[in-house]
Design a protein around this ligand. Structure first.
Ligand code: ZN
Length: 393
């Protein structure tokens, strides 16, 4: 394998504080910007990073003509394995129908009816779509099977395209268990979880903790499911505080979850719990955009020193976008994050929930995005414009 010099990088975002310059604001310093940069890649790994003038000689060279390069986006919350379409539900919601989690059953029916090959083709198209927009790392959840065989099937299909697979048997209580919720919790924490662990089908477990939804899980049910997952050696993630104030965030922090996602409705105790725990607050503003819920208060989280991540929550019901640049633009415009904070959250923040770094430095994987723009600010400054692609070296 020959080393390739990637040259002509107008601005390189490294997420490496070693490149911070004196006098930069903290959010920009953290991005570790190098202007007039170059990097050397060999066999998918970064060998060298620095200013163009100091670049070593290599056999081959790519000139990016002044474009910006950043770490590839890390989408740490997606539901990409499903069949069917809920455009009608979206149209009804835009016309005033409230969202309560009930539409998930529609996707469960369509997904159970689909063959492996049908699901595989749908999944491949969605992964390619994310990749075209600069996403290099994806977390994918199950959650539209909700039977032992179907959950394992979805996890296996997800595993074919990413190492970051999350067991979400506790997405909603399926219709056939509506009269006996406890029996479903027993299935999730018993035979389903045992099979997931036995087959090494997932590294993480997630639960939709939302007492306001008749379909999702109460605090007590969520605690039971999370404790079972933790005891089985899985890392924990929680869908929490999406539809209103609730117990999800505090439960996630108390049980040592790597991430609590949504965080749309937070009170002082939630913020304190997040600030005192190592749990990342993953914000999914595409959901608020697509459901017309109020946006989460990112400024309050950042002021409290909480690690914030951004992800799409790409799913057929509440947010059907795979575009991390769109999420970054929303975070800047609607969550009042700075462009630097939003980019960091969409790379280093989300990577932290998956045990990764999203850093551009010697020895790291060459998972990079290139933008038809001179500066990372253009991601939010030029919303909806297809500036970004994965850099293939
Ligand atoms: Zn979700």
């Amino acid at each position: 394998m020959t080393a390739t010099l990637v040259d002509g990088i107008g601005e390189l975002v490294t997420n490496d504080p070693a490149w911070a310059a004196p006098g930069q604001p903290a959010d920009v310093a953290r991005l570790g910007l190098v202007t007039g940069a170059a990097l050397v890649v060999e066999s998918g790994r970064i060998l060298w990073v620095g200013p163009h003038d100091a670049a070593p000689d290599t056999d081959s060279r790519i000139d990016l003509g002044g474009r910006a390069v950043t770490p590839g986006f890390v989408d740490s919350h997606t539901h990409l394995v499903y069949a069917g379409d809920r455009a009608g539900e979206f149209a009804a919601r835009m016309a005033g129908t409230a969202y309560d989690g009930g539409g998930i059953a529609t996707t469960v029916r369509a997904t159970r009816a689909a063959t492996d090959d049908e699901l595989r083709a749908l999944l491949a198209a969605r992964v390619a779509e994310a990749h075209r927009q600069g996403t290099t790392t994806l977390e994918i959840k199950s959650g539209y099977g909700l039977s032992l065989d179907d959950e394992l099937r979805l996890l296996r299909l997800a595993r074919e395209v990413t190492p970051h697979v999350t067991f979400l048997g506790a997405h909603v209580v399926p219709a056939e268990y509506a009269a006996d919720r406890a029996a479903y919790v027993d299935l999730v924490t018993g035979p389903m979880l045992e099979a997931v662990v036995e087959q090494g089908a997932a590294s993480d477990l997630d639960v939709f903790c939302e007492p306001r939804s008749a379909h999702a899980f109460t605090e007590e049910e969520s605690r039971e499911i999370l404790l079972a997952g933790r005891a089985a050696g899985l890392r924990l993630r929680v869908h929490g505080n999406q539809l209103g104030p609730g117990p999800g965030v505090r439960l996630a922090c108390k049980l040592g979850a790597v991430s609590v996602d949504h965080c749309t409705y937070l009170d002082d105790a939630d913020i304190d719990a997040l600030a005192q725990s190592g749990t990342v607050a993953t914000l999914l503003p595409g959901v608020e955009f697509s459901t017309r819920h109020p946006y989460p208060d990112a400024r309050r989280l950042l002021a409290a020193g909480v690690t914030v991540a951004l992800a799409t929550d790409c799913n057929p019901g509440t947010c059907n976008t795979s575009s991390m640049p769109f999420v970054i633009a929303l975070a800047v415009r609607e969550l009042r994050m700075t462009p630097a904070e939003a980019l960091y959250a969409a790379t280093a923040g989300s990577a932290a929930t998956l045990g990764r770094t999203a850093r551009v430095a010697a020895g790291e994987p060459a998972e990079l995005a290139v933008h038809d723009a001179p500066h990372h600010v253009h991601l939010a400054y030029r919303p909806g414009v297809p500036l970004t692609r994965v850099l293939v070296v």
